[in-house]
Design a protein around this ligand. Structure first.
Ligand code: ATP
Length: 230
């Protein structure tokens, strides 16, 4: 039987009259790259906020590793939810030292995170000299501090140039091969097809379907319904 790292059960959330999520349930298998796919406003960011305990659901429950959420579980999850504020005139190492100190991690993971993200050779270069893709890879390196088992990324290729997009997609695949489960929100069908093993498709707060990418994305009816405003 597959182990799930995350299970959502009937999660609902309203902002005033706006139903951001309407009874969403799905499981994220361990070892997957799990895409949460949907157009702008479909509820992806709200869902990520709820599973990170930043937002409270009106109804429903979720569990990480089949346990009730608590702070020690959170340490097993590395996040890139919005672009971190790195210091432009500090090097990559200095920026990660600051992030590690803020997050309460030691410095022991910094070299490994820089190696994994392909930035080790440029670790003493100032952040301001980095390309867009390198800057985003440094943000992922920051998420790797503490050696989390799970990575949670919100639209990780947003705003990047084509080279940066390719770098980040390669890196996500590599992190997965190294054993990380990756959960990522995306509004790009082709990104999910290229990078993810599993997908949940949201539309206006409703879950249309969830499962293996190969199965879900071979269903043309689903693709038509889910992509007409992507
Ligand atoms: P995007 O990619 O644009 O961030 P999303 O799929 O992440 O979209 P959410 O940001 O979760 O979707 O938004 C879902 C719905 O809830 C949208 O209709 C949005 O306008 C609304 N919404 C989100 N946050 C708030 C808020 N703080 N107050 C009121 N409405 C909100």
């Amino acid at each position: 039987m597959e182990n799930n790292v995350l299970s959502l059960h009937q999660i609902s959330k309203k902002y005033g009259a706006v139903q951001a999520l309407a009874g969403v349930s799905f499981d994220v298998p361990s070892g997957s790259v799990f895409g949460i796919l949907g157009p702008n406003g479909s509820g992806k960011t709200t869902l990520l906020g709820i599973i990170m305990d930043v937002l409270k659901a009106d109804q429903g429950t979720y569990s990480w590793f089949n346990e009730q959420p608590h702070s020690s579980l959170r340490k097993r999850i590395g996040t890139l939810l919005e672009t971190p504020n790195f210091y432009h005139y500090y090097t990559a190492v200095q920026n990660l030292e600051i992030t590690a100190a803020i997050k309460g991690h030691g410095k022991q993971d910094i070299d490994g995170a820089l190696q994994m993200t392909g930035l080790y050779e440029r670790r003493h270069s100032k952040f301001s000299t980095y390309s867009l893709g390198m800057k985003q890879r440094l943000a992922i390196a920051a998420a790797l501090l503490g050696d989390p088992q799970i990575l949670l990324f919100d639209e990780p290729t947003n705003g990047l140039d084509p080279a940066g997009i390719a770098e980040i997609r390669d890196l996500i695949r590599k992190l997965n091969q190294l054993g990380k489960t990756v959960i990522m929100a995306s509004h790009l069908l082709d990104e999910v097809e290229k990078v993810c093993t599993h997908v949940a498709i949201l539309k206006k707060g409703n879950l249309l379907t969830a499962g293996l990418v190969n199965t879900v994305l071979s269903n043309e009816d689903i693709i038509e319904v889910s992509t007409d405003d992507l």
